[in-house]
Design a protein around this ligand. Structure first.
Ligand code: PMP
Length: 424
């Protein structure tokens, strides 16, 4: 990127950016493109969830009456069958729970400290535990580890997934490394989908820790932005084929499908891991909200119903991602001062700016009334070693708000690049 910077063009762009920035700063903007939240129109798509159950509709053939305790240890079968092909986990190995897959991930990490995992000799309590953190990645994965006393070791992300040479080397030699965080499809924030080769190598690689786990957070499995969808190989199949059946924990949820707090989540894994999970989980809750699970079954009808629903999300999201691509391209491509992703799905555009300027850009944007995800948030400890990555979340604002926020953003990118490259 920096090789292709046209310094004269940048100097001229900076001159016109200065008054623009002053104008934005004095116009009292209050815009926010920080978190990947669905917009109101997306939430409206699921409005009928509120009336999907009528009085008397509270039973299934497999489980009977769902209003009481008990009867569906893994969650409602019809829901597990509906989502099984979407998350690539056999229904029998898929557990449905209440909203928040993140809470399931937190629970799995925490429980591993107190109860040995299948394949493990003992629980992790008292041990030094390390997870690999491909970065840029999802900040809340990193916070779970920080909260629970798990150290993070950063590994680079490539367009195909984590840098597998590095991952293989580290896990082979260090038994303290017990896990790796993965958002394998439409990754948060880079939008990439792991290649078949990466999936295979993750499944096959020898690990020094016998209880090593891949935290396969397939949060964006069905969240397409473009008509062209990415395809992800099945991690459970790859692990089983490699003789490492118990290696992967799969997570997913409907947080950005229906309602964030009123949705359902999923945990999928080998039979042994599912038994481990259920044994731990039964100590904290007698059972999930099966009525809400049935509500989701009624609302979607079948797997194709879920896919049709996600197509409506896609139609709302695509123009917003187009707006980001168009604005960045128009303002920044001629200057060669940034590069960015244009993903087929997920919720983010990952913007790489001139090294050393990401923090400055976020501060300039904030001073002009536009909130961006804090620079560095996509790296463990909030520390981007090159200070160059910014995560853009275009879903929530209206198109007009997004257009303005993008103008402010590109103005700030130009100003900060000018400071770093012309004033230095
Ligand atoms: N994983 C990833 C990668 C996410 O981006 C998000 C939401 N931003 C979550 C998990 C949170 O999911 P849930 O609402 O199911 O806890």
């Amino acid at each position: 990127m920096t090789d292709s910077i046209d310094r004269e063009a940048l100097a001229a762009a900076r001159e016109s950016a200065r008054p623009r920035y002053e104008e934005f700063s004095s116009s009292g903007l209050k815009l926010d493109i920080t978190r990947g939240k669905p917009c109101t129109a997306q939430l409206d798509l699921a409005e009928d969830l509120l009336v999907a159950l009528k009085p008397g509709d509270h039973s299934t053939e497999a489980e009977g009456d769902l209003r009481n305790y008990g009867g569906a240890a893994k969650g409602v079968l019809a829901l597990r069958e509906m989502f099984s092909p979407l998350v690539d986990v056999p229904a029998d190995q898929l557990v449905a729970r209440d909203n928040s897959s993140l809470s399931l991930m937190h629970f799995c990490v925490a429980s591993s400290f107190f109860r040995a995992l299948p394949g493990g000799e003992k629980p992790w309590a008292g041990e030094e535990v390390v997870f690999l953190a491909p970065a840029p990645g999802y900040d809340r994965h990193f916070s779970v580890c920080e909260e629970l006393g798990v150290q993070l070791r950063t590994v680079a992300m490539t367009p195909e997934g984590p840098d597998m040479d590095e991952v293989e080397r580290l896990v082979a030699e260090d038994a303290r490394i017990k896990g790796i965080w993965c958002v394998p499809k439409y990754s948060n924030p880079t939008g990439i989908t792991f290649s078949d080769e990466v999936v295979r190598r993750l499944a096959e690689m020898p690990t020094a820790a016998p209880d090593f786990r891949i935290y396969w957070d397939n949060a964006y499995a069905i969240h397409h932005v473009r008509a062209q969808h990415d395809r992800l190989a099945s991690i459970l199949d790859a692990c089983a084929k490699a003789g490492n059946e118990d290696r992967a924990f799969v997570f997913a949820s409907t947080s950005k499908v229906t309602f964030a707090g009123g949705g359902v989540s999923f945990f999928g894994s080998s039979q042994a891991n599912v038994a481990w999970f259920l044994a731990r989980d039964s100590m904290r809750s007698i059972g999930p909200d099966k009525v809400n699970q049935l509500r989701h079954v009624r609302f979607f009808g079948d797997t194709a119903g879920v896919e049709a629903h996600m197509e409506k999300h896609r139609e709302i999201l695509e123009p917003k991602f187009d707006a980001v691509a168009t604005a960045l391209d128009a303002d920044l491509t001629p200057l060669g001062i940034a590069s960015w992703s244009d993903p087929n799905g997920g919720y983010f555009v990952s913007l790489d700016v001139v090294p050393g300027t990401a923090r400055r850009i976020v501060q300039l944007a904030k001073d002009a009334g536009v909130a961006l995800t804090p620079a560095g948030a996509t790296f463990p400890g909030g520390d981007d070693p090159e200070d160059r990555n910014i995560r853009i979340a275009p879903s929530y604002p209206t198109t007009e708000e997004l257009d303005t926020a993008l103008q402010v953003l590109t103005t700030c990118v130009i100003l900060a690049a000018g400071e770093a490259l012309l004033d230095a």
